[in-house]
Design a binder for this molecule. Sequence first.
Ligand code: PLP
Length: 354
Amino acid sequence: MEIKFLETNELKKKPEDESNLGFGTIFSDYMFLMRYTEGQGWHDAEIKKYEDFKVSPAATVFHYGQEVFEGLKAYRQVNGDIALFRAKDNFRRLNNSAKRLAMPQIDEEFAHRALRELVKIEQDWVPHEKGTSLYIRPNYMGMDPFIGVSAAKEYVFYIMTGPVGAYYAHGLAPVRILIEKEYVRAAKGGMGFAKTAGNYAASLIAGVEAHEKGCDQVLWLDAEERKYVEEVGSMNMMFVIDGKLVTPDLDGSILPGITRASVIAIARDMGITVEERRISIDEVIETAKSGAMSEAFGTGTAAVVSPVGEFVYGDETVTVSGGKMGKLALEFYDILTGIQYGEIKDRFGWTEKI
Ligand SMILES: Cc1ncc(COP(=O)(O)O)c(C=O)c1O
């Protein structure tokens, strides 16, 4: 399929202060968009001005949440090149999510090509300072103008981009995490492994309550027993216990994070033992108290690595790593960002130049 480029001369002013980009509020000039119609397949692929588009008030996505999305970044490397990080893995995950929501598969190679073309056009939007990047948000949703519970026959897939700074205002400073005892995010057999709007909608109330308690994020426990660690709001969880890297296994109710997979690969490469297994919250609290747990941190595209300084569990507050960033978390952060920004050699083949 051909990708039409509809050029606009109404270009926006790019932000001058790159130290203050924030996250998710500035959008670039163009977006990629294509549509799907049952019987016809994907059609009308175009890169066009980033602007509002018309959607029926009856659209499936508004009523039944048939939507999946992705999040990845383009980095300006130290020599000025622009690189994507594991973009193909994002499109594979998008298709896995789409399958769970009864949505047609996208052509991953085509979507990847469309992304490359979009980033090439928007290259001047990729900010320069380390820690900044061009955030990329592919989004895919059901559009039928029909109020009836069924999978849509019409869809739109689009990719929007925008320059971002650090995800957390306080950067690499350790975060305070509330262990959620009441609400759950996803149950086995549900949509936990899919990156879909409903999972985030289910999490918002806990986020509000966490903030009221002075916490930055929520740590979810499993839906059946409220006993085993799942993941954090927008990150997978990792612990260093007795020198081993321990992380919940991919059991269907957590998102298979691309940063998670990358940290596991780096750890194994460093000769660190990695255990992907169930971790009870009792083990977390006990090992944090005894000191057997030397570090706890989250991993995700937005924050890369985010150290946990404190867990709040009921009336108890437990400190990890003396409330400071751990040695391994910093090492993983340095290696990952070093690869992304082209400061160190990418022996894993994760980056691709635009
Ligand atoms: C719920 C959830 N878990 C984990 C992650 C981390 O995934 P990734 O490393 O692919 O960004 C994210 C971020 O996208 C997320 O939203």
